[in-house]
Design a binder for this molecule. Structure first.
Ligand SMILES: Cc1cc2nc3c(=O)[nH]c(=O)nc-3n(C[C@H](O)[C@H](O)[C@H](O)COP(=O)(O)OP(=O)(O)OC[C@H]3O[C@@H](n4cnc5c(N)ncnc54)[C@H](O)[C@@H]3O)c2cc1C
Length: 471
């Protein structure tokens, strides 16, 4: 251990107590990565990891680090997919895992107040127990923290109807790099008193402030939820159907998820599971919810008819919990299979295009992949135009060539996305993984403004340095 690390460790012990700081090599390594691992050329490791238990401790650590110019990387559950929680410049990793209480559920105001280290699904569960809906629903909800969701503006399955995490945030408590504590917003649903700083912090990936408290909006819990599993004759037909659910069916579904044939094939190979019409070109999961059971059934029938008219091979209707779990298990297994075989991945992408351009985007992918001698599967939150593409290398490629091949393919992919009016990331964020591509999507003045905002919040550059934009 260097003298600098030793004195950092001792100083943080004095601030937080000995049991709230570690420089143990194994723990530093464990708290220095997220789910983006196969992408990076090297491991970036924290010098120390600390575990504050309250806002005052967060403030004290930041004040200390800011005065000494020590980098601090806030960390939620480490499920991020862009390297946001990776301590690129070493220094301190600040884990939020001990700030894990649901502080209050206010039924009358329909709000829930939580510390940042609460697992997202615990928030959903606590709200449901009070007859309310927390509509944030990332697929990682069972493992990610609400603070991480806020920092990434996490999306997920229900964005088409309810919006991303930011849409549910009414208030935040944050700590700035110099240790000052601010309260933004509150339990109110309208607020134009000054700039909308809440939604600047949402999605800022821990580069502007540490979130220490979140006030969330809750909604009435839908009385009924129904899922349709729909294998489709062609990808184009599936995309026409996605649009028609709202334009002809008059319904805003709570989810529209897409899986291509390769995704389904991977799940079959991985589990041996029988999936009906597994040779279909595309698969949709359409979820509808509502308060009025009769009306919901009328909507389900109308959307079901449109599915058949537009090329569904069959429409499976899942109403009870078991049937609905079986449907969503398939979607979850697409991601699980990838993580199990993750070392074979070149890259996992998170692009978004306008809904009307999805067909064109998907149609161009086979030629693009062939040019780069790669294979891919595509799936994701198609109702939002958000497609997760996982790129696999050809098996005969030398390991050293993989990264180059991946970079070349991504650059080509992003040019296509840009031409179609899309963007670099819909929900996984920029972090370390995508920052070199920011200038494809944002012009110079936009990136310069991001830098000036960062300077205003964190003039010494100690909060999660090196993320979102380089240098
Ligand atoms: C299987 C799987 C499925 C996923 N599905 C989805 C999905 O459907 N939708 C989606 O959007 N994402 C998804 N993700 C990505 C990931 O779960 C989300 O980005 C999530 O919001 C990260 O939360 P976390 O607590 O793990 O944060 P971390 O990964 O620990 O951190 C993410 C970023 O937030 C910052 N941060 C964390 N806590 C704080 C805080 N309190 N204050 C300030 N900054 C903070 C970190 O510095 C980092 O930049 C998935 C990931 C996996 C592994």
């Amino acid at each position: 251990m260097s003298d600098m690390t030793r004195s950092l460790l001792e100083d943080l012990k004095a601030i937080l107590g000995a049991s709230s700081v570690t420089a143990d090599a194994e723990r530093r390594a464990a708290y220095s990565s997220d789910e983006t691992l196969p992408w990076f050329d090297r491991h970036y490791t924290a010098d120390v990891v600390c575990f504050p238990e309250n806002t005052a401790q967060v403030s004290a650590v930041l004040k200390y680090a800011n005065e000494r110019r020590v980098p601090v990387t806030p960390r939620g559950a480490g499920t991020g997919l862009s390297g946001g929680a990776v301590p690129y410049m070493g220094g301190i990793v600040m884990s939020m895992e001990r700030m894990n209480s649901i502080i209050e559920i206010d039924v009358e105001n329909r709000t829930l107040t939580a510390e940042p280290g609460v697992v997202t699904s615990e928030i959903t569960k606590a709200a449901r127990e009070r007859g309310l809906l927390y509509a944030g629903d990332p697929c990682s909800g069972d493992i990610s923290f609400i603070g991480g969701n806020v920092a990434e503006n996490a999306g997920g399955n229900k964005v088409i109807k309810y919006g991303s995490t930011g849409a549910h945030v009414l208030g935040l408590e944050i700590v700035l790099a110099d240790g000052s504590i601010l309260t933004l917003g509150g339990k109110r649903r309208k607020d134009v008193t000054g700039y909308d700083l809440i939604h600047l912090i949402v999605g800022s990936e821990g580069t502007l402030a540490v979130v220490t408290k979140v006030i969330l909006n809750l909604l009435p819990l839908p009385a009924r939820v129904t899922d349709l599993f729909v294998p489709m004759r062609s990808v184009n037909a599936a995309m026409r159907l996605v649009a028609a659910i709202s334009t002809r069916g008059g319904v805003i579904p709570s989810s529209v998820e897409f899986m291509d044939r390769k995704s389904i094939q991977n799940v079959k190979d991985y589990t041996g599971m029988e999936i009906p019409h597994s040779e279909a070109a595309a698969f949709l999961i359409i979820q509808m919810d509502g308060m009025d059971r009769r009306q919901l059934w009328i909507d389900v029938e109308r959307v079901g008819d449109i599915c058949v008219e537009l090329g569904a091979l069959e429409v499976f209707v899942a109403e009870d919990r078991n049937a609905r779990d079986r449907v969503w298990r398939i979607r979850r297994l697409v991601a699980e299979e990838e993580w199990t075989n993750s070392m074979a991945l070149l890259s996992k992408e998170d692009i978004v295009v306008p809904s009307g351009s999805i067909s064109e985007f998907l149609a161009e992918l086979p030629a693009l992949a062939e040019r780069h001698r790669a294979e891919y599967n595509a799936y994701g939150h198609i109702g939002d135009g958000n497609i997760h593409m996982t790129i696999f290398p050809m098996s005969d490629m030398e390991p050293d060539d993989l990264k180059k091949a991946s970079n070349a393919m991504c650059a080509d992919l992003y040019r296509l996305v840009k031409r179609l009016g899309g963007t670099l990331s819909g929900e996984h964020g920029i972090g370390l993984k995508r920052r070199e591509y920011m200038n494809i999507f944002l012009d110079e003045a936009h990136i310069a403004l991001i830098r000036r905002l960062k300077d205003a919040f964190d003039p010494n550059g100690v909060l999660n340095p090196g993320k979102i934009v380089e240098g």
